[in-house]
Design a protein around this ligand. Sequence first.
Ligand SMILES: [Zn+2]
Length: 101
Amino acid sequence: MDQYYRNRNCPCTRCRLNDLMGPVMMITLGLLFLIDFSSSRVGFRHLWPVFLIVIGAMKVLQSSASTAGHIQPGYSPTGVIPPVPGTQQSGSGQDGQVRNG
Ligand SMILES: [Zn+2]
């Protein structure tokens, strides 16, 4: 593979790990607040570096994850790239004629 470009519709491990970054951050933040509220000795001011460690660990996992089966964005096995929703269809001119090629 020449260059890796993230594709939200790709089933490969690296693309799926990219989508997990947000949920993992929310879970980590929730756990840190839970510890902060339930413990009087250990507070968020002691635990905030855990957040940075989790971010770094996720980045290491993402960069080392396999890209086997990766599909570059915009790739289509039929050679026809489906139109982006909300944009005008191409291939139809002002005169209503459909052009091929
Ligand atoms: Zn992928």
